[in-house]
Design a protein around this ligand. Structure first.
Ligand code: LIP
Length: 330
């Protein structure tokens, strides 16, 4: 059977529907946060563990996914659905050419459990195997990010009109030394991963003149605790680069579209970058990159007389990947 065709009008109306659904899901996330914080220590009983004691899930992750899945299924019954919580409980749909929603009901579950107000719902749409549309909503700040392939991306704060991303004209970024970089500890805490990450973070932040071999002394590192919000912040222009190994397509699908539409460039592992950097596939988020669990996104960079923004993105990724250590995602 031939795959469904979506017109730009279809995509426009999916985007509007998805935005209203994100606002609705956001209300449930806030209700859940109130309940968990009000329950104090007893709230711990609502918090479960997945692969280990730092990989958390709450009843609200499941409830938000059920809400979003049932609304998407009744509006778009022929579309496929990949969701973090249904995937964890064993429902694993392979990627096809069909339109497929890719949803993280609560991205930043650790923040959600701890009352750190950086958690969001992330709803992406994969169409013809490429991230095509995305909505990310942080209900604690009432920030809604949205993007659609070829149509730009926007931030809507409260009742204010949407603002096109990035929020300011992209500045040049001469070296990693001037960058604010998003990184995450993730939930894989085995020795190989944690020491590779620690060494990478230390090289990114450390002063080479004060004993840190290979140090880039970036302006700083940030860990927001949500891949989707890291992507949104790159799109906005507040983060220059975000790199993570170990997250999943639902953590990044919506963010990829939002960041790309703001001029950002997304690549996968060291290997994927090397294989594509000098080809017309550079910056194309293929199925392999989307599902590869290794992601790097860099913001749009302004042209200078000596270098285009795209050349600068490539040069900085090259430098970044010489600095950090690749590990297998667990
Ligand atoms: C989390 C990410 C976070 C990452 C974690 C995890 P969750 O998603 O967004 O950035 O470090 O490994 O994947 O579990 O909160 O939906």
């Amino acid at each position: 059977m031939a795959a469904q065709n979506l017109t730009s009008d279809d995509l426009e109306s999916i985007l509007e529907f998805t935005k209203s659904l994100a606002w609705k899901a956001g209300a449930l996330i806030l209700e859940g946060s109130e309940a968990i914080q009000a329950a104090g220590g007893e709230g711990e009983s609502n918090v479960g563990e997945k692969k280990n004691s730092v990989d958390l899930v709450t009843e609200y992750d499941v409830r938000v996914e059920q809400l979003v899945q049932s609304e998407l299924r009744s509006k778009y019954p022929t579309f496929k659905f990949i969701g973090e919580e249904s995937y964890s409980s064993g429902v694993r749909e392979p990627l096809t050419d069909e339109p497929t929603f890719c949803v993280d009901p609560i991205d930043g579950t650790t923040n959600f459990v701890h009352g750190f107000p950086f958690a969001c719902i992330s709803i992406g749409l994969i169409y013809q195997r490429r991230p095509t549309l995305g909505v990310i909503y942080n209900p604690f700040l009432d920030h809604l990010y949205s993007g659609m392939k070829g149509q730009g991306s926007h931030l809507t704060r409260g009742f204010n009109p949407p603002r096109r991303l990035p929020l300011a004209n992209p500045k040049p970024l001469p070296t990693l030394n001037q960058a604010v970089i998003g990184v995450e500890w993730g939930s894989d805490r085995c020795e190989t991963t944690i020491s590779a990450k620690s060494t990478s973070f230390s090289r990114l932040a450390g002063d080479p003149e004060k004993g840190v071999a290979g140090g880039r002394m970036a302006h700083s590192l940030r860990s927001m605790g949500s891949a989707a919000l890291n992507y949104s912040m790159v799109a906005q222009g507040g983060l220059d680069i975000y790199w993570e190994i170990g997250c999943w397509p639902w953590d990044v699908c919506a963010g990829i579209v939002i960041a790309e539409e703001a001029g950002g460039l997304v690549t996968g592992s060291h290997e994927a970058f090397e294989a594509t950097k000098d080809t017309d596939q550079f910056g194309v988020v293929t199925e392999e990159i989307l599902t590869g669990r290794k992601y790097l996104v860099i913001r749009g960079i302004g042209n200078t007389p000596s270098e285009t923004g795209r050349e600068a993105q490539k040069r900085l990724i090259e430098d970044f990947y010489k600095t950090v250590i690749d590990v297998a995602p667990n």
